[in-house]
Design a protein around this ligand. Sequence first.
Ligand SMILES: Nc1ncnc2c1ncn2[C@@H]1O[C@H](COP(=O)(O)OP(=O)(O)OP(=O)(O)O)[C@@H](O)[C@H]1O
Ligand SMILES: [Mg+2]
Length: 243
Amino acid sequence: MSTLLEVRDLHKSFAGEPTLAGVDLALKEGERRAIIGPNGAGKTTLLNLIGGQLRPQAGHILFAGQEISGWPPHRRAREGIGRTFQISSAFPSLSLSDNMLAAAQAGHSWLHYAPEARRRAEQLLELLALGAKAALPVAQLSHGERRALEIGLALAARPRLLLLDEPTAGLAAGETEGVTKLLQSLEGVALLIVEHDMQVVEKLADSITVLHHGRVLAQGSTLEIQANPQVQAIYLGKAHAET
Ligand SMILES: Nc1ncnc2c1ncn2[C@@H]1O[C@H](COP(=O)(O)OP(=O)(O)OP(=O)(O)O)[C@@H](O)[C@H]1O
Ligand SMILES: [Mg+2]
């Protein structure tokens, strides 16, 4: 498998305070990587740098071999980087279908692509197990259904890489299970998932990157990371790190 995303020596400071201090990360086509680490470690900042919502002070981000760190978010999206946000991007008063259609249609001319977009919207709602609710307004969905829809809206543009920031945060156990299964069912999409729930990480991730104070503390398989004493000390709570 070829490398899809490569982050090299990435630096980001806010008001002179370093949040990311030289992060390296490489992701293969179709790989599922979890990013874990304590609050404030820089996980969301890293996703924002890859998605283009923020610009780094130094370092490189290569996507499919191209340097993208100067590109605006919409160009990155067009090239195949999808993103879900904590704050919903769906229109609550519109139906699931219309929301999905708008997302599937984004960046294309209505006339030319409408039938293809409609098929794509229908397929995605089925994949999300929301086909039966296609005509309902988004406002009537449960929290978990809404989270699934957000993922579907991001998938509508056929991303090669999907960035997910805590996709199961605030969900009930059954809803977490649903979102986890949905993500497991995706094919041909690399995932970079910030996730605090280690059970979700275990089910989903091929590999884990641990961020701590804006640096990569460890990287490896789930088993390797769980067995790493430094990781246990700072994150998994099996021992207490010195202050
Ligand atoms: N836009 C911003 N302006 C100023 N400081 C910021 C900004 N974004 C992030 N930071 C700072 O960078 C640090 C890392 O934040 P970030 O949100 O990336 O952490 P995180 O690992 O996602 O944490 P959490 O697990 O709580 O979501 C924090 O100290 C935060 O205050
Ligand atoms: Mg965060």
